[in-house]
Ligand binder design. Structure first.
Ligand SMILES: [Fe+2]
Length: 103
């Protein structure tokens, strides 16, 4: 259901907010699916089924990455933060201290 998870009446939301809601909800669902498939694969005692579950987990990671990229392209705050933290080396919290001047 497309309106699940809305916290205010749909007609009060800007189109951008609604589209971001769809993308964020989809990202959450894809990440949950990755977690669920991996847990089931760990618990599964049938090798062929385990391979299918892991294959499905890999597909969900691709879907999550696509949703995240859409969010990045359509929300400048996500774009800024992802540029700040993704594909970096070293301390992640140190990066935040560096960015905010707090340490
Ligand atoms: Fe998916």
């Amino acid at each position: 259901m497309s309106s699940e998870g809305l916290h205010v009446p749909r007609e009060k939301l800007k189109a951008k907010t609604l589209n971001l809601h769809y993308a964020i909800s989809s990202l959450i669902e894809e990440l949950e699916a990755v977690d669920w498939y991996r847990q089931r694969a760990d618990d599964c005692d049938d090798e062929e089924l385990r391979k299918i579950l892991l294959h499905n987990a890999h597909e969900e990671i691709e879907h999550a990455a696509m949703a995240l990229e859409w969010i990045r392209r359509n929300d400048s705050e996500f774009d800024d933060q992802l540029k700040e933290y993704l594909f970096t080396e070293g301390s992640i919290t140190g990066k935040e201290e560096e960015a905010t001047g707090k340490g």
